[in-house]
Design a protein around this ligand. Structure first.
Ligand SMILES: [Zn+2]
Length: 137
């Protein structure tokens, strides 16, 4: 075994039975990085301490052997951010297709809809609240 293989082997033995990285840990690391940038951008020392605490907590979670507890925390994080993550992924789709479709909301119930661009003015009936209105695309 060469040195690199020995390092890989001892690292995998060290990580065996430990939780590792998940979405919650990655979010903590990202938030800590943003706080670190803000520390120097705004000159607020408190942000440095918060950033440092975030890294420590993320490392603690990765090396934790209490896998049940860590996955519960991750699930709680995912549940709390579900709406935000859905909004973001839908925004990416709308942005990708912005030249093909015109996106708009029902003026009454705010349901999102789309029309193929270039169809002209159309009479729209909302499938959610049956409100009818005209929309150009
Ligand atoms: Zn509607």
């Amino acid at each position: 075994m060469n040195l690199w293989e020995r390092i890989k082997f001892s690292l995998s033995r060290f990580m065996y039975g430990r939780y590792g990285a998940d979405q919650f840990s990655r979010a903590i690391v990202t938030a800590s990085l943003i706080l670190l940038v803000l520390t120097y951008a705004l000159g607020i020392p408190l942000f440095w301490y918060l950033s440092f605490a975030g890294y420590i907590y993320a490392i603690f979670r990765m090396f934790s052997r209490n896998i049940d507890k860590r996955s519960q925390e991750n699930q709680a994080f995912l549940n709390k951010t579900a709406h935000l993550r859905t909004e973001y992924s839908q925004f990416k789709v709308r942005w990708r297709n912005r030249k093909q479709y015109k996106y708009f909301k029902c003026p009454q119930c705010r349901t999102r809809m789309r029309l193929t661009r270039g169809v002209g003015e159309k009479q729209i009936t909302c499938r959610n609240c049956q409100h009818t209105f005209k929309q150009k695309a």
